[in-house]
Design a protein around this ligand. Structure first.
Ligand code: S3P
Length: 449
């Protein structure tokens, strides 16, 4: 299990206008996938702009343990010499994924389609997260769990089958991780693996499969869903992957610039894949001034520069079907909603309860502790915006969750009294440069010794 570091308290204070430009680090979803596809291709994959956060570094180490040569060439520049689909070896030691749900679940898909055995472990947050959603379809493919903690949780040992079975699987919840685990296992199955999702989720796996030479088709399914077919046992060819800036990380300076009066901030090279832009759409409905410039393509994804200017926001109703396109952004949207005038209803948030923490509960508690009128009704979060936030509450409990920490630090930038979070160390999992980049824009935030 990951070593546990001492918590570090951090505080954010009301700040003057934020000004300047920044590039958020590489997209976390794409960074995990680029390394994994590098492992599964034969030959040398080059990655530019890789997120060098703890989560992704754990995936890099796991790729090496499964047989790839993984090398850092310079800042964000990595080389992976892969062994190919079917060419993996069982790792000698348990794979420690730290805090990373995506890394661990996608890699379970890889192991679950190969005749190898691996043990998966992680920190207290990852050990508490549900894994049956991955293990159930992997059992249909032929994989077996030979040891696990109660409830099918980490630490667990997974043994892949001699021959993986191609399956047709409808995901029971909207989850790109579940979809991706099935597709990654299906890569080593003879025949066609089919995944059906009732609501479309981020499609980086499908895009990257294609970029590495696999045969994948995607069709609409029902009102909001998709049907994905993958032809198994391809020889994946190595690729050059340029990873755009992560919209889920850019979300923090974006909301900060909206709520700190007089701000104007440019966010460079942000991925604008339509399955990731729910937050932008919602903020625009709230009246946010966000201009999209220099639309272009990078790494097989749409990318743009976003120019964000502070201004008044109004409460809106966020429909449940939008959740898959902004699932990681609800904590920071709730912060924006607290500064808006009027009620914001965020509906259909069940999946938020099984993230790095129970984010529905953690966001609600942090808002209320800082004087925001908010309530949870079933799977819905309702925030009564009053155009400002008191702040000054007891330290917000972050429960080993990077996005809870960053969201409440952003809240402090516009609050009347400082906002404190009990631990900022987990920010390093996804956005290691958060504090210096934010203070570089003029944000008043710091860690406390
Ligand atoms: C991710 C999918 C989402 C998201 C996570 C990254 C991915 O999780 O919350 O941060 O890269 O596939 P779910 O698949 O559990 O919704």
């Amino acid at each position: 299990m990951s070593s546990v570091s001492e918590p570090v308290v951090a505080v954010a204070r009301r700040s003057g206008p934020l000004k300047g430009r920044l590039r958020a680090p590489g997209d976390k979803s794409m960074s995990h996938r680029a390394l994994i596809f590098g492992l599964l291709a034969v030959g040398e994959t080059r990655i530019e702009g890789l997120l060098e956060g703890e989560d992704v570094l754990a995936t890099a180490r796991a790729c090496a343990a499964l047989g790839a040569e993984v090398e850092r060439l310079g800042e964000g520049r990595w080389r992976v010499r892969g062994v190919g689909v079917g060419g993996l070896r069982s790792p000698d030691a348990p794979l420690d994924f730290g805090n990373a749900g995506t890394g661990s679940r996608l890699m379970m898909g890889v192991v679950g389609g190969h005749p190898i055995t691996a043990t998966f472990d992680g920190d207290a947050s990852l050990r508490s997260r549900p894994m049956r959603r991955i293990l159930d379809p992997l059992a249909l493919i032929g994989a077996e769990v030979t040891a696990c903690a109660e409830g099918g949780k980490l630490p667990l040992t997974l043994k892949g089958p001699e021959t993986a079975l191609p399956i047709t699987y409808e995901t029971p919840m909207p989850s790109a991780q579940v979809k991706s685990a099935v597709l990654l296992a299906g890569l080593n199955a003879p025949g066609v693996t089919t995944v059906i999702e009732r609501e479309a989720t981020r499609d980086h796996t499908e895009r990257m499969l294609r970029a590495f030479g696999a045969e994948v088709t995607v069709e609409p399914h029902g009102e909001h869903g998709r049907l994905i077919r993958l032809v198994g046992q391809p020889e994946l060819r190595p690729a050059v992957v340029r990873v755009p800036a992560d919209p889920s990380s850019a979300a923090f300076p974006l909301v900060a610039a909206l709520i700190a009066p007089g701000s104007e901030v440019t966010l460079e090279g942000v991925m604008t894949n339509p399955l990731r832009t729910g937050l932008m759409l919602t903020l625009k409905e709230m009246g946010a001034d966000i201009a999209t410039e220099n639309l272009r393509e990078e790494g097989g994804e749409e990318v743009a520069d976003l120019v964000v200017r502070a201004g008044p926001l109004k409460g809106v109703d966020v429909p449940p079907e939008r959740a898959p396109t902004m699932i990681d952004e609800y904590p920071v949207l709730a912060v924006a909603a607290a500064f808006a005038e009027g009620e914001t209803q965020m509906r259909g948030l069940h999946e938020l309860t099984v993230k790095e923490s129970d984010r529905l509960a953690a966001v609600h508690a942090g808002l209320v502790a800082n004087g925001v009128a908010a309530r949870v009704e079933g799977d819905d979060l309702i925030v009564e915006g009053r155009g400002g936030v008191a702040g000054g509450g007891a330290p917000v409990r972050t429960h080993l969750d990077h996005r809870i920490a960053m969201s409440f630090l952003v809240m402090g930038l516009g609050a009347d009294a400082p906002v404190t979070v009990d631990d900022a160390t987990m920010i390093a999992t996804s956005f290691p440069t958060f504090l210096p980049l934010m203070t570089g824009l003029g944000a008043e935030m710091e860690t406390k010794a």
